[in-house]
Design a protein around this ligand. Structure first.
Ligand code: NCD
Ligand code: ZN
Ligand code: ZN
Length: 346
């Protein structure tokens, strides 16, 4: 049994840091282990252009712990109004590394999202042209589509066409949750990849719904049945470079989740790499963790791999029942339970 593993320092290719007085807490948790992170732009109002990305980046940098070299990689939020000029300018100025498609109404703070893909064709053409990857929250929003089928419907109705139509566009299918998404990404061209969260590897919808409803497991895309969880695990164990780490750590205050209409999002930044280590360990695939966490992401984004390393040891610790994040309390993943791996601090 392996009790210790050393990895090239990982990055998080999908995280929500939020803003304001949450920032010092979310940035500290992300920067604890990750060297870089793709910063999701779904603020209110969202990060719509290079100037807004620069301003948000400055707030993140100001919130870093002393001495931290944490590097936030900024992302534009596509709206019906996003022009090719906005894309070209942000790329030219180095203000954003990617742009994110939120179908309007699909998830938290997606009110300003895209109402029809027709509206962003010129922006997508510009992205393909300048080499700016498209990041996708891949769920349809039509009320006639069951919430458990929304990811597959998005592939069939939209993603296939986007990939076919824009032949040089690089695409990251974010936080995939189904066997259908795994199959789609596998058979797609090299320029199509996906992030996978720790919680979609660890849990299925039974964890959320059997024996009582557990709002802290509620996120979007929603946890699916076990067969899909297994397909995600198979994808990471395969070692394919098309799959990489993106926590989708997304804090919501306890009162906003433990409510009659609770918010979607799980907080995992307090223990992200530890939770992934646990999954890979359970799958007997600790040797595949470094590729997934530290190599496939930078390779896809055409960025250098990190040079330094972290070490994880098999050593259980208890996660607090709740974490103070600024004025708010957040119930993190594994709250009040133990995690079997720990990061060795130098
Ligand atoms: N994943 C979630 O359930 N929530 C995210 C938004 C998102 O990534 O879809 C959030 O911002 O809270
Ligand atoms: Zn999303
Ligand atoms: Zn997200």
């Amino acid at each position: 049994m392996t009790d210790r593993i050393t990895l090239t320092r990982p990055d998080d290719w999908h995280i929500h840091l939020r803003d304001g007085d949450l920032l010092p807490h979310t940035v500290r948790d992300a920067a604890r282990v990750f060297s870089r992170a793709i910063i999701m732009p779904n603020l209110v109002p969202p990060v719509r252009d290079g100037v807004e990305a620069d301003a948000y980046k400055a707030r993140i940098l100001a919130a870093r712990p002393q001495g931290s070299g944490f590097d936030p990689l900024m992302v534009l939020y596509l709206t019906d109004q996003t022009t090719p000029e906005i894309i070209r300018q942000a790329k030219l100025q180095g203000q954003a590394v990617a742009a994110k498609l939120y179908p309007a109404g699909a998830t938290t703070n997606s009110q300003s999202g895209v109402t029809s893909l027709d509206n962003i064709q010129p922006a997508l053409e510009a992205m393909a042209d300048v080499g700016m990857p498209l990041l996708v929250h891949g769920e349809v929003t039509h009320s006639d589509v069951d919430i458990f089928d929304r990811e597959k419907a998005f592939i069939d109705r939209h993603l296939v066409q986007v990939v076919e139509r824009h032949r040089t566009l690089r695409v990251v299918f974010e936080h995939i949750t189904t066997a259908d998404a795994v199959d789609f990404v596998r058979q797609a061209p090299e320029r199509v990849a996906a992030t996978i969260t720790a919680h979609h590897l660890l849990f299925n919808r039974n964890h959320m719904l059997v024996g009582g409803i557990r709002p802290h497991y509620y996120c979007l895309p929603i946890l699916k049945r076990q067969r899909h969880q297994q397909a995600l695990c198979d994808a990471v164990v395969s070692g394919s470079n098309k799959f990489f780490l993106g926590t989708d750590s997304a804090p919501h205050a306890r009162h906003a989740k433990e409510a009659a209409c609770g918010c979607a999002g799980c907080y995992s930044a307090h223990a992200a790499i530890e939770l992934y280590a646990e999954v890979f360990d359970q799958l007997g695939a600790l040797d595949k963790l470094e590729g997934f966490a530290s190599f496939h992401g930078p390779d896809f984004y055409q960025l250098p791999r990190n040079r330094d390393q972290i070490t994880l040891v098999r050593d259980a610790w208890m996660v607090p029942g709740s974490l103070p994040l600024g004025e708010q309390n957040v119930v993190p993943l594994r709250a009040g339970e133990s995690i079997h791996w720990r990061v060795l601090t130098a």
